[in-house]
Design a protein around this ligand. Structure first.
Ligand SMILES: *Cc1c(COP(=O)(O)O)cnc(C)c1O
Length: 356
């Protein structure tokens, strides 16, 4: 018998979530963002469930080649463009749309010999201050790129720093509008948060990531509870031991949980080497055989402890959900001070994954 931990990836939920995006942004085309191994879900496993997308967006050339060679014919957007000029022939060969965000990329495009021009997303820095050209320079950069024989269709793109807040895109949109006066071009600005909460920023192409996987851009499940989004990843395991603690007994490394009365606890086959966060303290929500309960003490590499006070029927072999449909990944993330993005991306390679 294999160790009982397993991740399930629900492709129907993924398709449902793409439909939620369609309804939220009915006038826009959709780049489904599948970077970071499809947010930890396994690119090879999920991309074809997203084949109703208008395009697929990612970071690594390996990811792009994988979907192309497996039959994806539509557009592919490389969200940070090419990292070195040597990759340009591959971009051309695989018909990849490239973001251009710095002067080195412009120079490389100017000097390359390419059989067919590349479509380009020109990135404007709207306040995030990671990538993109300063708004004051956009007009000249646009003209320059437009004049290059290696440049095909051009789109203006930006990425918001605060789209999860009510007035979070106002100053960014003002910068973009000011910089792009007189440019008649397609536009793409919206990540998941802007798709849900800033319809005025949808324009021609939206770029959903986290909401496709059924978690919240804010890190709080309540914020998306009424959107119809469904969790795609479920991380399950089982109880592999049951202990009865006396008052004063402790569990786990450092004895960080101590029983204040006689107490039954369960040991679950899941630990930080599976991607469950080690800094989950006592009280992190977890589901055991139909009951929402809590973790106890320090998470180990391969195991963690749970409170069975409220689960008297739990025995060795009882099912456990670490996150998924019962316990939202956002709830676990919130309890450990992070966001669902980080937990799903950190699912460890040793965890067997099945699609349902
Ligand atoms: C990751 C990414 C997205 C998707 O962001 P979510 O918050 O997951 O929707 C969109 N655009 C760019 C440029 C990105 O890097």
């Amino acid at each position: 018998m294999a160790r009982p931990i397993q991740a399930q990836v629900d492709l129907q939920a993924l398709k449902n979530n793409l439909n939620v995006v369609r309804r939220a942004a009915p006038e826009s085309r959709v780049w489904s963002v599948i970077k970071a191994n499809a947010y930890g879900h396994g690119l090879h496993r999920v991309w074809s469930a997203l084949s109703d997308s208008d395009g697929l967006a990612m970071l690594n050339i390996e990811e792009a080649i994988l979907v192309r060679e497996n039959g994806w014919q539509g557009p592919i957007l490389m969200l940070e463009g090419f990292f070195c000029a040597d990759d340009l022939p591959l971009f051309s060969k695989y018909r990849l749309t490239t973001v251009v965000h710095n002067n080195l990329q412009i120079k490389a495009l100017q000097n390359a010999y390419l059989p067919i021009p590349l479509d380009v997303y020109v990135k404007i820095n709207s306040g995030m201050n990671r990538l993109g050209f300063h708004p004051d320079n956009i007009y000249n950069i646009w003209k320059k790129l437009r004049s290059l024989k290696n440049v095909g269709e051009m789109t203006l793109m930006s990425h918001f720093a605060n789209a999860d807040k009510a007035n979070g895109i106002t100053s960014s949109m003002a910068r973009i509008d000011q910089a792009s006066k007189g440019l008649d071009c397609p536009r793409s600005f919206s990540n998941s948060a802007a798709i849900l909460w800033h319809p005025e920023a949808h324009y021609d192409w939206v770029r959903p990531g986290i909401i496709l996987y059924g978690a919240s851009p804010t890190g709080k499940w309540q914020d998306i509870a009424n959107t119809g989004l469904k969790p795609v990843m479920t991380l399950r395991s089982e109880i592999i031991a049951v202990q009865t603690l006396k008052e004063g007994d402790s569990v786990g490394y450092g004895s960080r949980y101590r029983a204040t009365k006689k107490q039954r606890i369960g040991i679950v086959a899941a630990g930080y080497a599976d991607g469950y966060p080690r800094h989950a303290n006592t009280g992190t929500p977890i589901w055991v055989d139909g009951v929402r309960t809590r973790t106890l003490g320090t998470v180990s590499m391969d195991m963690l402890a749970v409170d069975l006070d409220s689960v008297p029927h739990a025995v060795i072999g009882s099912p456990v959900e670490l996150w998924g449909k019962e316990i939202k990944i956002d709830e676990v993330a919130f309890a450990v001070g992070t966001i669902g993005y980080e937990l799903m991306c950190a699912l460890a390679p040793r965890v067997p994954v099945i699609t349902v």
